[in-house]
Design a protein around this ligand. Structure first.
Ligand code: SF4
Ligand code: SF4
Length: 463
């Protein structure tokens, strides 16, 4: 297996302060199950899961509490045993509300409910002899979705249509978001699990070449992966990427590793023969197949200058942000801003009562010193955002269109291609909230398309 340097640099991108030193040397710690969990039915891209439990029910760790609600959807399992206190709509990190199971894990087990056996939740599988269908079923029943970004259902990604062949499985270990070190620690501490996950995925995808993409600022992770994959057979390479945000974006990583360009949506990486999976997802697949352990927890980086002891925490899904902060020794100073995710693509949140999901890679508490106070000004046409945009968009034009409430003009300027990376806002001397404008326009366009579809369906039903 070779380690090579990426030869292909994408246009645009920025160099934010990475601030990874706060948590990068903190080994993963397991959080004891908190007394209350808030488990959302919307932990992935696509239709939220359909909640199948109600207040008063007793649920066991690993039990399905939310069923898949469509092709692009993922089931949800209880990350601990306990009694359902309530099922209620709660705000998620991105602002939308979804059904949330509030689980009292300190409740006493009912006398007539015997404790389950200590074995695994699912029967372990031998991946070498299991069929592709069995492996896909396992990924689906384990509730696995992409753990590095939007949470695309993994079983869908690993089952491309027959006409589309996966030539490259790209393993995303870039973790280019400032502050976040969860993937880095997984690469250092769980490299053999990642390798096993890669071998399983390779079998499911018909034996593609493998490219392991890691930014050059993570030499220890590169070494750990090199050691873990040293004797792997076939066409496997570690590709060392230049340090440039957003190197972890799927499209940009495909270009940087195999120089292929994913066309405009609705095209997907598989349309250029690629499947990209995060390193944490690979480890989760290994656990689900070999150990029979569904995806019930993940590593989340809790960092920032306003938290007492930054850490990388393996926490059950639904752990409230307040419990993560408590585990880190609380606040060092009152935070001026709390961000779910990283500083570039994350969402500012106003409460710590939100529960973690399968995609919660980070929680940042930033003091007033770190939170730049500014007010937005009119665009001065400096062009900096155009140079920074890795999608070749005109962010200034889009933000002006959104200011004027002209969503059609934003759509004509290809706002739907925006990956919401934040590179445009990062360097804007007028402090314009360009990324938020892009999100607003995209949400508005999606809502319009959904309304049009509903109207067409209703008209067809009448005929
Ligand atoms: S317009 Fe979108 S894709 Fe381009 S830099 Fe801004 S957030 Fe990133
Ligand atoms: S960086 Fe800001 S000020 Fe400069 S062109 Fe873009 S939106 Fe306008």
């Amino acid at each position: 297996m070779k380690v090579i340097k990426s030869q292909f640099e994408f246009k645009g991108g920025v160099h934010p302060d990475y601030n990874k030193e706060l948590a990068r040397d903190q080994a993963i710690e397991n959080l004891p199950v908190p007394e209350e969990l808030a488990i959302s039915m919307s932990q992935h891209l696509g239709a939220p899961a359909k909640c199948i439990v109600k207040a008063g029910d007793w649920v066991e760790r690993g039990q399905v509490i939310g069923e898949k609600a469509g092709f692009i959807s993922v089931l949800v399992r209880a990350s601990a045993s306990g009694r359902v206190k309530a099922v209620e709509k709660r705000l998620g990190p991105a602002g939308g509300k979804a059904d949330c199971v509030i689980l009292d894990t300190a409740a006493e087990r009912p006398a007539d409910v015997p404790a389950p056996s200590a074995g695994p939740v699912l029967a372990p599988l031998d991946w070498r002899t299991a069929s592709k269908e069995d492996l896909l079923k396992r990924v689906e029943e384990a509730g696995i979705c992409g753990m590095g970004g939007a949470g695309f259902p993994t079983a869908v990604k690993l089952n491309p249509p027959p006409a589309k062949r996966c030539e490259y499985l790209i393993l995303n270990g870039a973790e280019c978001e400032p502050y976040l070190t969860a993937d880095y620690r997984v690469m250092l501490e769980r490299a053999p699990r990642i390798r096993l996950g890669v071998e399983i995925m390779r079998k499911m995808l018909g034996g593609p070449a493998v490219r392991i993409a890691i930014e050059a600022n993570k030499p220890e992770a590169i070494l750990a992966m090199e050691k873990a994959f040293a004797d792997i057979e076939g066409n496997v390479q570690i590709v060392v990427l230049p340090v440039l945000y957003p190197q972890g974006s799927e499209k940009h990583q495909i270009y940087a590793t195999v120089k292929r360009i994913v066309p405009e949506p609705p095209a997907l990486p598989i349309d250029v023969g690629c499947v990209v999976e995060n390193v944490g997802t690979a480890a989760a697949i290994a656990d689900a197949v070999e150990l029979g352990e569904p995806l019930l927890s993940r590593v989340t980086t809790v960092s920032g200058d306003a938290v007492a002891n930054p850490k990388n925490i393996q926490a059950p899904s639904g752990t409230k942000y307040a419990d993560l902060v408590k585990f880190c020794g609380g606040e060092k100073v009152p935070p001026a801003k709390v961000i779910s995710g990283g500083t570039m693509m994350g969402f500012a949140v106003s409460t710590l009562e939100i529960g973690t999901t399968k995609t919660t890679s980070g929680l940042l508490l930033l003091s007033r010193k770190k939170v730049f106070q500014y007010s937005s000004h009119p665009c001065i046409n400096c062009g900096r955002c155009l140079r920074a945009c890795p999608m070749n968009l005109n962010p200034a034009l889009i933000s002006k269109a959104v200011d004027a409430n002209d969503i059609k003009a934003a759509e004509d300027a290809h706002v739907m291609d925006c990956i919401e990376c934040g590179a445009c806002s990062f360097g804007c001397p007028a402090y314009r909230t360009i990324t938020q404008s892009c999100r607003r326009a995209k949400n508005s366009i999606r809502a319009r398309i959904a309304a049009e579809k509903a109207k067409a369906a209703a008209a067809q039903a009448k005929q």
